[in-house]
Design a protein around this ligand. Structure first.
Ligand code: HEC
Length: 105
């Protein structure tokens, strides 16, 4: 392939990835996840790095985490419970993109 086209395609891909990461972070802010979660540090909930590491080779992680974050729960990371996150707070589609993003951290 022509060099210029390759560079152009790479640039477009990198930009698209940045936009989607930024969108996920904004979604998490809007939905209140950031009051308990950070990417790098444990806060009230586990850091998203730890979550991504834990489920790295778990192919059922996406459906499991969708349900867990929606309904809330405790006991996986400690005694502190995560409250349910309702559809009014975050839609199914938004929740899915946030969890997919979390699993890539
Ligand atoms: C009030 C604090 C709080 C809020 C708000 C919150 N979480 Fe959590 N989250 C927690 C706690 C505490 C845990 C650990 C639960 C456990 O140990 O089972 C957790 C666990 C998780 C996990 C790992 C679940 C598991 O079973 O391994 C994910 C993923 C997650 N949260 C994502 C989110 C997302 C996305 C949002 C926003 C829609 C959110 N959380 C909002 C406190 C919170």
């Amino acid at each position: 392939m022509n060099m210029k086209i390759t560079v152009l395609l790479l640039t477009v891909t990198v930009c698209a990835l940045n936009v989607s990461a930024q969108a996920s972070e904004e979604l998490m802010e809007k939905s209140g996840c950031v009051s308990c979660h950070r990417i790098e540090q444990k806060l009230i909930g586990p850091s998203f790095r730890e979550v991504a590491a834990k489920y790295k080779s778990d192919k059922d992680a996406l459906p499991y985490l969708l349900e867990k974050v929606r309904d809330g729960g405790e006991g996986v990371w400690g005694d502190m419970p995560m409250p349910p996150n309702s559809v009014e707070k975050i839609s199914d589609a938004d929740l899915k993109s946030v969890i997919e993003w979390v699993l890539q951290q």
